[in-house]
Design a protein around this ligand. Sequence first.
Ligand SMILES: [Zn+2]
Length: 581
Amino acid sequence: MKYFILFLCFFAGFSTYEANAQLVNICTNPATQQVMLGAYDPATYLATTVINDPNTISSGLNSRVSPDSLHAYLDILKSFQNRNTGSDTLSPVKGLGAARRWVYTKFQQISAQNENRLLPSYLQFDTTICGITTHKNIFAVLPGTDTSDKSIVIIEGHMDSRCAGLCDTACAAHGMEDNGSGSGLVIELARIMSMYSFNHTLVFLVTTGEEQGLYGAQAFASYVQRQGIKVKAVMNNDIVGGIICGHTASAPGCPGYEDIDSTQVRIFSYGGFNSFYKGLSRFIKLEYKEMIAPISAVPMTIDIMSAEDRTGRGGDHIPFRTLNYTAIRFTSANENGDADVTNPGYIDRQHTSGDSIGVDINGDGLIDTFFVDFDYLSRNTVINGNAAAMMGLGPQTPDFTLTTSGGNLIINITQHPEYLNYRVGVRTTTYDWDSVYTFTGSLTDTIWVDSAKYIVSVASVDANGVESLFSKELLTTVHPVNGVPALHQPAKPVELLQNKPNPADEVTMKSVLVNDKISYKDAYISIRDLNGKEVKRSNITLNDGVNEIQYEHGYNMSGTFIYTLVIDGKPVESKRMVFTN
Ligand SMILES: [Zn+2]
């Protein structure tokens, strides 16, 4: 959604949701419905060669997602001229009808290349939008190999486009950034993920009617609810290819006109930071960090945003969320929106004029950019695919209890079946986990922590090393041992603060607070193991206030260490820190 007026349409749309829920939503391929319900024999759709190793899939996604493929899809989507929800449905070359038949055919082609394992379908629904009464989402289902847990994973993007007029079907509404980018991402993931096998069923969904009030997503969400289809997660992609900041892109973000950002993407989701929605966002980020970042040529930063969407905007994740499905939205760091068509310098690259012109960078007669950066879009496609793959492979989420004893946090897994490994995500004050570590061969783990508030959640890890989504979070306060607060002793000239995070998995920050100006010759922090052997010494410059040094312990190291601030050869203060992996 783009214009402020659409904000109003969006709420108008809300009032019609109840009515929509009564509408007949027809799934045109009954086999897809049976698969989404888990009522099928997985052997029917089993690949001749099952490829389900998580590392193979992550590296396959990273190397196979292709900027050229994405470029080709957007070339074709552009050729339909106008994909307004009210546009032509009969023409073979123009309008939304031609576009959706192309997407359907594309899913059929992908299926044919993969032993017919990908099942395409329309979800047809009736409601009047821009003078059209019957509408079709397109989706494709990749059946899971294990029906014991029937929950599905949905990756989606809307394909309808618009100009300034809500129902203008005559303008050039190429909609490359909004939302050819998200539609292309879904098609590309269908192409690549169909080569692999997942325990859970994956659904690749391309919706219509988003711009007029999220109608297509609402139709699919209410269909899923009425059928009793279980949903593990929904990842909506809307504006995921642009890297240029426009005049009036929606807050938050976008620092200034024509700022370029090709290495950040934002995840918007509903609820507080201990909600399942934010938990899914953290999971997506963790899977990226552990599976893709180490092998990616251009690492991305994933920002977990506070709000459900940009200010005054909405998207296809919202109808799913309002029906209590765990749904989030990906959006570029920078977008090129322009809210006011009466602006003298009005440029609307997301939807119309800029898209229709594009830029031929190398003068070969081919348009090289639609204000979508195909390398950036590729990276976002990999982030989505990797998260969907791990959710598609991963085990059941466990339950747990959290208690404290002295300076210890005690984590007790209560839900069986028992897995060999569990992961623990620990947060203190930040939105993301301060630390995620693994414990093995037990249902109980005890960690020493400093006195503070801790927010903890857990995940199961299967035999292939894939974690489940994380559980609900539990919060506890660790009280100071023997009544002595560990932090902020009464004013000393120099204080060594507790490292953050602690426990840490790889990297932690150690800080020295200088309360009074001091004069000294040299200062360093010495780290020793519990046998007293020095493992690292780092010089530190002490200015007034907080002085920080980052310490990288390295991957796959664990243990308890003592770190000591030494000024002019005299130990000033020591603290304990824990590395868990
Ligand atoms: Zn959009």
